[in-house]
Design a protein around this ligand. Structure first.
Ligand code: SF4
Length: 327
C-alpha cells in the first residue's frame, strides 16, 4: 500500500545515462515509486536555461534518457512520467509566482553565482537562468509535492520553494504544502579516473554499456596508486575498482579486501572480475532496454500518457491558485 505523500523529481535531458546516474538518482527513484505517489519529469525547459544556444539535441536526448529510465524499472503504471514542456500549467504557475517573488531571493541562490562562475564564457545573465529556481518551485508546487529528493547542491532551491509556498499562502490563503527536502543518501559514484563520474570528464560507464566495452573501460580504471607491483600490498579504500566491487559484488567483498591487502590478487584479475560482475548486474537493465526498443513509439506513448495524468493534477492546482488570486 503506497503512502499518499506526493514526491516529485526531474532530470535535465542529457541523453543516455551513466552508472553514476543509475546508482545515484535512478535507484533512489525506483525505491520511491514503491512507496509514494511519484511524478518524474524530463526538465526540458530547464535545459534551455543554460543551453539555449544549442538546443539541437534535446529531442533525441529526451528519448535516450527516458529509455534508460524505463529500462531501469521506472514503471508508468506506478509513476507519472512526463515531459515538462507538455504540461503548460508549469509555465503559467511560474508566471504567477514571478509576480510576488522578490528578485533578491533568486540572486542569493548559491547555484546562480556558482554556475555563472563554472560556465564562464557563456552569456547567462538571462531572465530564464536567473528565474530557473522559481520554475523549479512551480514544478514542485503544481503537484503539491510533500517531498523532493535532491542532492545537497539543490537543497537551497527546495528551501526557496518553501518560501514561495509560504508567501503565496500568506498573501492569498492556504493552497500549498511546504515540501520537505529528501537528501539523496546515495554516495557520489567515482568515474574511471577516480573523479566524480561525469560525461564532461569523459570518465563514465554507460548504463547500457556492452560487455566488451565495459571490460575495456574497466581495464583503464584507476586503482591504488601506491601499489606498483603485484606483490605490493594494496589499500582498497583508495581504489575505484574496489568501490564498484562493494556495489556489485557484496558477497565476495571481504575476500577482495583481504586478498588486496595481502597482495593475494592482481589488479588485472580484480578488474576482470569486476567487469564480469558489473555485466551481470546490468544484464536485466539491458535486456529490458532491448525489449523496449522493439516497440518503436513506446517511449513517446509513455510520455504522452504521463503528460495527460500530470495535466489533470496540475490543472486542479492551477484552478485553486487562480481562484485564490482573484483571476
Ligand atoms: S587488487 Fe583490486 S581492490 Fe586492490 S588495488 Fe587492485 S584493483 Fe584495487
Amino acid at each position: 500500500m503506497k503512502d499518499e505523500k506526493v514526491i516529485l523529481s526531474g532530470m535535465r535531458p542529457t541523453g543516455f545515462l551513466h552508472l553514476g546516474n543509475y546508482l545515484g538518482a535512478l535507484q533512489n527513484w525506483l525505491e520511491l515509486q514503491e512507496n509514494y505517489q511519484c511524478f518524474f519529469f524530463v526538465a526540458d525547459w530547464h535545459a534551455l536555461t543554460t543551453d539555449y544556444e544549442n538546443p539541437g539535441n534535446i529531442h533525441d536526448n529526451i528519448k535516450e534518457m527516458v529509455l534508460d529510465w524505463l529500462s531501469a524499472g521506472l514503471d508508468p503504471e506506478r509513476s507519472v512520467i512526463f515531459r515538462q514542456s507538455d504540461v503548460k500549467e508549469h509555465a503559467e504557475l511560474y508566471l504567477l509566482f514571478s509576480m510576488f517573488t522578490p528578485i533578491s531571493w533568486l540572486e542569493r541562490c548559491p547555484t546562480f553565482k556558482e554556475q555563472i562562475r563554472e560556465l564562464e564564457g557563456r552569456e547567462l545573465y538571462t531572465h530564464g537562468f536567473l528565474g530557473y529556481p522559481l520554475l523549479q518551485a512551480a514544478d514542485i508546487l503544481i503537484y503539491k509535492a510533500h517531498a523532493v529528493p535532491v542532492g545537497e547542491d539543490q537543497a537551497p532551491h527546495v528551501e526557496m520553494t518553501r518560501e514561495v509556498a509560504r508567501r503565496f499562502n500568506h498573501l492569498y490563503g492556504q493552497v500549498f504544502p511546504e515540501p520537505e527536502t529528501m537528501l539523496n543518501r546515495y554516495p557520489l559514484v567515482a568515474g574511471l579516473d577516480g573523479r566524480k563520474m561525469s560525461k564532461s570528464y569523459d570518465n563514465y560507464i554507460r548504463m547500457a554499456e556492452e560487455p566488451e566495452e565495459l571490460q575495456r573501460k574497466i581495464r583503464k580504471m584507476v586503482t591504488d596508486p601506491g601499489r606498483v607491483r603485484k606483490d605490493d600490498p594494496g589499500n582498497p579504500e583508495v581504489c575505484t575498482v574496489y568501490s564498484f566491487q562493494r556495489i556489485v559484488n557484496p558477497e565476495e567483498i571481504i575476500t577482495v579486501e583481504e586478498e588486496c591487502r595481502n597482495a593475494g590478487r592482481g589488479c588485472v584479475e580484480c578488474k576482470d572480475q569486476l567487469s564480469h560482475k558489473l555485466a551481470e548486474f546490468l544484464k536485466p537493465v539491458n535486456q529490458e532496454r532491448k525489449k523496449i526498443l522493439e516497440r518503436e513509439d513506446y517511449v513517446e506513448e509513455v510520455l504522452q500518457d504521463g503528460a495527460e495524468k500530470a495535466r489533470a493534477a496540475a490543472g486542479e492546482t492551477l484552478n485553486q491558485v487562480k481562484k485564490a488570486m482573484g483571476l
